[in-house]
Design a protein around this ligand. Structure first.
Ligand SMILES: [Zn+2]
Length: 425
């Protein structure tokens, strides 16, 4: 639980609610629901992402958003998953998933006892390494290498590969270990693990026991969740407010990624804004589409699908606001693509400047890492709002990005920025 004094809570509610019409309790419920164990990390294990989508369709219906036919916009994808066993032991000691190790998402499952050879990493000598490896049983051998190796020593890695080893271990600082599911659309023949670099000693050969089960799913049907509010003055003009609702799912049975910040936070903000604009007195001048994208973590697939099936001609889309990770113990709100969309950024800045804010609003270059990107490629004006910056000590793509770690500091300001921007038209 987060620790809040009762007094602080009362002040927050009194100041935030009446002014903004924004509903903290509602948002808390959405984030808690989406990051709960039942949702299985909103990935492709145990239909987690489907459960999330159905829940969000119901929310849109309750808010009263309109739909052209169905809130669901379906598409298909191929994905490698880890629904079952996930056990790694080094010299008999069981390692902790995500704390000590992770599996690269394209890895095939593997079961058995193996050896790991860790070369002297500081004095990388491929001749010595090759002769060491050849003196061992290569059919039963994992080879460890430091992160960054693949680029710097690509040829060395290929040479080792040719010796027929069943897999590799990439060593990295513990805090750099983040999971991902992009590039999981096929299974590659070697099993590759990430591991914290204090788990293996350079210049050693140790026992490793592995039991990792994968399941490749072809043509998994997933969806975006979309609804809209018609504009009262310019119904043919459209604004998109969006966020992805999918996350990483599970890395082995029970090891789910809650994804509270990434991106239950963005989803809650989109629904919060939808509830506001749905009130008769707040009906927007332009039509607003509220789009909860699927399969962002798989490579922006939902946003791409939406762009290929826009509900109106492209010329009628005024702009797109995409939220991705707005966890808010942060002193800044990054606006990616603001440097390219200066006019659009200025609209936001005008609202920001209207009063004192406890964070900085930072205009940034474009970034290819969230759902605004397919819109930008499609020549539609789009901004990506996030409190995340690379290198932040945030809980990013780990199993502790959960509801208890979430903070609503600045939430009412972020809400107000978008509300003001839409109202300014
Ligand atoms: Zn993510």
């Amino acid at each position: 639980m987060r620790i809040f004094s009762l007094g602080a809570l009362v002040v927050l509610y009194l100041t935030a609610l009446p002014v903004l019409g924004q509903d903290r309790e509602y948002c808390e419920r959405i984030i808690e629901k989406l990051s709960a164990p039942q949702m299985q990390g909103r990935g492709y294990v145990k239909h987690g992402v489907e459960k999330a989508a159905k829940f969000l369709e119901k929310e849109m219906a309750e808010i009263g958003l309109k739909t052209s036919s169905d809130y669901a916009q379906h598409f298909k994808l191929d994905v490698n998953t880890y629904p079952g066993a996930m056990k790694v032991k080094v010299n008999g000691k069981e390692l902790r998933p995500m704390d000590d190790y992770a599996v690269y998402p394209w890895s095939k499952g593997i079961k058995g006892d193996f050896k790991v050879y860790t070369p002297d990493l500081d004095n990388w000598d491929i001749e010595k390494i090759m002769s060491d490896i050849k003196s061992l049983d290569t059919t039963n051998l994992f080879v460890a290498y430091p992160r960054g190796f693949v680029k710097a020593f690509r040829e060395d890695l290929l040479k080792i590969r040719k010796l027929g080893v069943p897999g590799f271990i990439e060593l990295m600082p513990r805090e750099k270990m983040h999971w991902f599911v992009v590039y999981s659309e096929r299974v590659r023949p070697k099993t590759t693990l990430m591991m914290a670099n204090d788990m293996l000693k350079p210049g050693s050969v140790v026992d490793i026991s592995l039991n990792i089960k994968n399941k490749f799913i072809k043509d998994y049907e997933t969806q975006n969740v979309v609804g809209y509010i018609p504009g009262k003055v310019q119904p043919d003009s459209m604004i998109v407010i969006g966020a992805h609702y999918d996350h990483l799912g599970c890395m082995g049975k029970g090891n789910y990624f809650p994804g509270a910040n990434d991106n239950a936070s963005g989803v809650a903000m989109v629904l919060d804004l939808a509830r506001h604009f749905m009130k008769k007195e707040n009906q927007p001048d332009c039509t607003i589409w509220f789009v909860l994208f699927g399969a962002e973590e798989k490579g922006l697939l939902g946003a791409e699908h939406f762009n290929e099936n826009l509900p109106v001609p492209k010329s009628q889309v005024k702009y797109v606001i995409n939220f991705d990770m707005i966890h808010t113990f942060s002193d800044h709100l990054n606006v990616f693509n603001g440097n390219n969309e200066k006019e659009l950024f200025q609209k936001l800045k005008n609202v920001y400047d209207a009063k004192e804010r406890p964070f900085e609003l930072l205009s940034k270059e474009n970034s290819p890492y969230s759902d605004h990107f397919p819109f930008v490629k499609n020549d539609i004006k789009a901004l990506f709002l996030t409190t995340f910056s690379i290198g932040d000590p945030l809980k990013y793509h780990v199993m502790t990005d959960d509801n208890d770690a979430f903070s609503f500091e600045h939430w009412d300001h972020f809400f107000e920025l978008i509300k003001g921007m839409v109202e300014a038209n």
